[in-house]
Ligand binder design. Structure first.
Ligand SMILES: [Ca+2]
Ligand SMILES: [Ca+2]
Length: 301
């Protein structure tokens, strides 16, 4: 009896270690919008497929060849929207300056407000003064303040989160004018505030190494600013397209790793090979946004 138990534990141990290396790609032929495809994959498999290596591209090609598929299909790759650092919410009110934002869609960008009250995107590493906000909603004087320390956007974010609530989110004309007036009075041109964009993410919100993916010729071109989801050819070349376009799609299946995770949860052991995909794999900004898992579920097409 004891020997049987030992054998079982050894068997599970081998299974959990070996199986976490398995990651299958499955082609679903029925066309769906990107969001529908994401829901389907999460329900039936693990998530939409990630394709970021020659090995992944080979698996994808094999999945397509199995059913003689030669067209394009969705993978789990999408362009994120502009967000507020504060509570990680998508923006609804905007005051972009002429020809802004203009940083390429594949690059991270951070938001700056100028003394005319107009917004621009800018490389996040530039040093500038910045606006923080508190959680107080009573008066604008209580809510917003400017910090006259030159920092890059990420350091400014840490400063605001440590000392106050976060970098300032501007949600209407009154707030925009209030902050603009501070710049005017002080004779400053501009300052960081809490606007940022992570350009491209995998469906599970892990960040993308752009050198690991292959784009088709002229892609991504974001036609009409409306191509926030990514499809792939059987050769592994990617293109952005409108998320509402119904297309076949590739799911990834990590069944064995889920068994591993169950074992891990029961035993309280750590998954040493990092193969499981059930949990939030981290905030690409390194800023601890608790809502990342939430927003991917709610993402509109
Ligand atoms: Ca810009
Ligand atoms: Ca395109």
């Amino acid at each position: 009896m004891i020997q049987n138990k030992i054998q079982l534990v050894v068997f599970l141990g081998i299974l959990s270690k070996a199986s976490c290396d398995l990651d299958r790609i499955v082609l679903i032929g029925e066309p769906k919008t990107w969001t529908e495809a994401q829901s389907y994959c999460r329900e039936k498999y693990t998530d939409l497929a990630m394709v970021q290596s020659d090995e992944d591209r080979a698996k994808l090609k094999e999945a397509a060849n199995t059913v003689n598929f030669q067209s394009v299909a969705w993978i789990g790759f999408y362009r994120d929207t502009w967000r507020w650092s504060y509570q990680n919410t998508p923006i609804s009110y905007v005051k972009w300056d002429l020809s802004q934002p203009d940083i390429p869609d594949t690059n991270e960008a951070c938001g700056v407000v100028n003394k005319k009250g107009l917004w621009s995107d800018r490389n996040c590493t530039v040093q500038d003064y910045f606006f923080c906000q508190t959680d107080t909603q009573d008066t604008l004087q209580d809510k917003f303040l400017q910090v006259e320390l030159s920092m890059n956007w990420h350091d400014a974010q840490i400063h605001c989160r440590t000392q106050y609530a976060d970098l300032a989110a501007i949600t209407d004309d009154t707030e925009n004018t209030f902050l603009t007036n501070i710049l005017s009075v002080k004779g400053q041109n501009d300052a960081w505030f809490g606007l940022y964009k992570i350009p491209l993410l995998w469906s599970d919100n892990s960040s993308v190494s752009l050198s690991s993916v292959k784009w088709g010729s002229g892609q991504p071109d974001n036609v009409n600013g409306n191509e926030d989801c990514v499809k792939i050819s059987t050769e592994g070349l990617m293109a952005d397209d409108s998320c509402s376009t119904p297309l076949p799609f590739y799911c990834r299946e990590n069944t064995a790793c889920e068994i591993h995770s169950q074992i891990r949860r029961r035993s309280g052991r750590i998954c040493s090979d990092g193969g499981h995909r059930e949990e939030d794999e981290g905030d690409p900004l390194g800023s601890g946004h608790g809502n990342h898992i939430q927003h991917k579920m709610e993402r509109p097409t």
